[in-house]
Design a protein around this ligand. Structure first.
Ligand SMILES: Cc1cc2nc3c(=O)[nH]c(=O)nc-3n(C[C@H](O)[C@H](O)[C@H](O)COP(=O)(O)OP(=O)(O)OC[C@H]3O[C@@H](n4cnc5c(N)ncnc54)[C@H](O)[C@@H]3O)c2cc1C
Ligand code: FES
Length: 275
């Protein structure tokens, strides 16, 4: 049986610099059997460990349709993530997991999907977006609204362009503060709602980003007519163990590491400190 406490060694195969502070790491478990057995759902996370530095929860950015490796997109913010950013190809890290519930992909089948991502929040959404495009006929229209602080903070520019050129899909991007060479939209992510026609009919909205963004985005979705249970959020709360033992991640009676990180608005509404 898989031991939830034991980190399994994984080798860094490639490192892609997304922005000045964010890199995508492609990883393969050292033990081929572990690699084969490692199954996950979009929206799940792992605990990434570096000897001498500690452990951090990180969402899996790849999709289960990408066989043989996993991808993590990590922003450099502190002790563990700075140490990770100093590593190179063939260096070893530890991985526990996968943990958390993940997105209810089956319930999303045949629905129109509206993704709203803020900053690094596009990384956890990417796993689901890739899953949807890998099984394109199983889902309806895909709309992606993505906002970052500045043009140099924008993640996955190449993929955004590819997704936007896919049949029955639309991608709208904005930045809070533009630059001299930025010709796109300037304003917070909610300004994108008036630039496209989003319908709540047969649709699910999926949000990931800073907490303050959640509140404004949810207001917009209510105006359009989304029901509470048709709004899904993935939360990035302070975590330690990832397996329901330490109590670092709870919101009221819910443990983000076990019950989440994906919740519907209906589940979170009214829980103190949730949004
Ligand atoms: C379910 C989940 C999924 C996540 N997915 C990703 C991901 O895909 N990519 C990614 O880059 N990060 C992700 N994070 C956040 C990541 O875990 C933290 O940035 C990381 O643990 C920071 O560790 P550190 O040792 O580098 O920083 P520390 O030295 O611990 O802290 C640096 C600063 O960041 C703050 N901080 C630490 N953890 C968090 C947190 N969880 N939320 C807000 N502020 C925090 C600290 O208060 C401090 O100000 C996720 C978090 C959770 C809970
Ligand atoms: S992180 Fe320890 S209980 Fe959730």
């Amino acid at each position: 049986m898989r031991n939830l406490y034991v980190p399994y060694p994984a080798v860094i195969k490639t490192i892609n610099e997304e922005t000045y502070d964010t890199k995508t790491f492609s990883l393969v478990f050292q033990d081929g059997k572990r690699q084969q057995e490692f199954r996950y759902k979009p929206g799940q996370f792992i605990e990434l460990s570096l000897l001498g530095y500690g452990e951090s929860p990180i969402s899996i950015a790849s999709s289960p349709s990408q066989i043989g490796y996993i991808e993590l997109c990590v922003r450099r913010v502190g002790r563990v993530t700075e140490a990770l950013h100093r590593l190179s190809d063939n260096d070893i890290v530890g991985i526990r997991g996968p943990f958390g519930n993940g997105f209810p992909v089956e319930q999303m089948r045949n629905k129109n999907l509206v993704f709203i991502g803020g900053g690094l929040g596009l990384a956890p959404l990417k796993s689901l977006i890739r899953t949807v495009f890998a099984n394109r006929r199983d889902f309806g229209k895909v709309t992606i609204l993505y906002g970052a602080r500045t043009p140099s903070d924008l993640l996955f520019r190449d993929e955004l362009a590819v997704w936007g050129n896919t049949d029955n899909a639309e991608v709208l991007v904005t930045v809070d503060v533009g630059s001299s060479d930025w010709q796109g939209n300037v304003g917070v992510v909610t300004t994108l709602f008036s630039k496209t026609a989003i319908s709540a009919q047969n649709a699910v909205a999926i949000i990931c980003g800073p907490t303050v963004m959640f509140r404004f985005v949810i207001q917009e979705l209510f105006k359009i007519g989304f029901a509470e249970e048709a709004i899904m959020l993935t939360l990035e709360r302070f975590m330690k163990c990832g397996i329901g033992k330490c109590g670092h991640c709870n919101i009221g009676p819910k443990y983000v590491c076990l019950d989440g990180p994906v919740f519907s608005y209906k589940e979170l509404k009214g829980l103190p400190g949730a949004l």
